[in-house]
Design a protein around this ligand. Sequence first.
Ligand code: ASP
Ligand code: MG
Length: 409
Amino acid sequence: MSLVVQKYGGTSVQTLAHIENVARRIIRTRKKGIAVVAVVSAMGHETDRLDELAKQLDVSGAHMGREIDVLLSTGEQVTTALLAMTLMKLGCPAKSYTGGQVRILTDAAHTKARISEINTERLLAEIGNDCVPVVAGFQGVDENQNITTLGRGGSDTTAVALAAVLEADECQIYTDVTGVFTTDPRMVESARCLDVLTFEEMLELASLGSRVLHTRAVEFASKYKIPIRVLSSFEDCDGTLITNEEDLAMEQPVISGIAFMRDEAKVTVLGVKDIPGIASKILGPISEANIEVDMIVQNIAADQSTDFTFTVSRQDYAQAMQILNAIALKIGAREVRGDNEIAKLSLVGVGMRSHAGVAAKMFEILSAESINIQMISTSEIKISVVIAEKYLELAVKTLHTGFDLDQTG
Ligand code: ASP
Ligand code: MG
């Protein structure tokens, strides 16, 4: 018999009417002879609400993580009971489970715990009894039975982990969009819903801000080779299948999507000496301040001195400038310059591996629009550029058209 794990996100369970819609979907799947394990998020913005309550208390300290997790995990528990009751009302056997009841074991890192082990015994027994287990996403327990949570958005990870241990055929992530798009449809009207995508591409798109899936869930699925399907609980459509490259029969398009990030900033240390140790003298204090560095460019030295540029997120810009100004004095650099009105955009596609000239075409398209490229970085399946933020929308739109990503018809 086939088995799928179906995960329903917050917007899909925001009211009782939505929960009933979810229950009917589960029942329809079962009518096709497919067993279902459901994983649910908290209703609507419940987790935000709980988080806000904790913030109002304004407490912090080492012991608070445990209590925050007890608080945040309640949202999912509410949904499991409501969905199980709705299923039963509609004549489908169902039973709610907290993470601890399943025994989803995690480490003890409160609010960002990692799953270490899952006991499948009870879930398999329920499936064997033709019953739908409705499991609370986002939560587990540590060795000492303390409730833990997996980090915001963590229900996706619960679902994929369950699909892996239960050897499900597919992990279906139901959300409020019809799938993963070629780029953000709020910016580009002609953005298209993708039929398929590889795990690698999804990881690039996810880490670049297409916030469809929890990054850890994609890593997990890739490691255990669990196909994920992102689809809408509001419409009937096939969604986007994310799987291994080997499992994709058709040749992949050269470019699958365009990801972008606003809120970037660029800092340059000018006139640094071309001697060993300079890069670490510049970046050491930046990382000590917990500032994450993204792209790094250092030019070849002319006259024994060079320029060193890197990007950080815009919220870290002021602090980064401050640190660098102090370092510049120490290492005898000429000047520190910054620009916090930049954005990064990336073309992503496994097809790039076998197609030369993607970068050249990208640069040509940008130059035709007189958009200046400030930094470039490439990897096997990605080309990223930094440009002025004011040109971001124009750049994304023209590249989207130039690489044939627009919706047709
Ligand atoms: N309810 C949690 C959150 O809002 C977990 C999830 O929905 O994935 O982050
Ligand atoms: Mg989510």
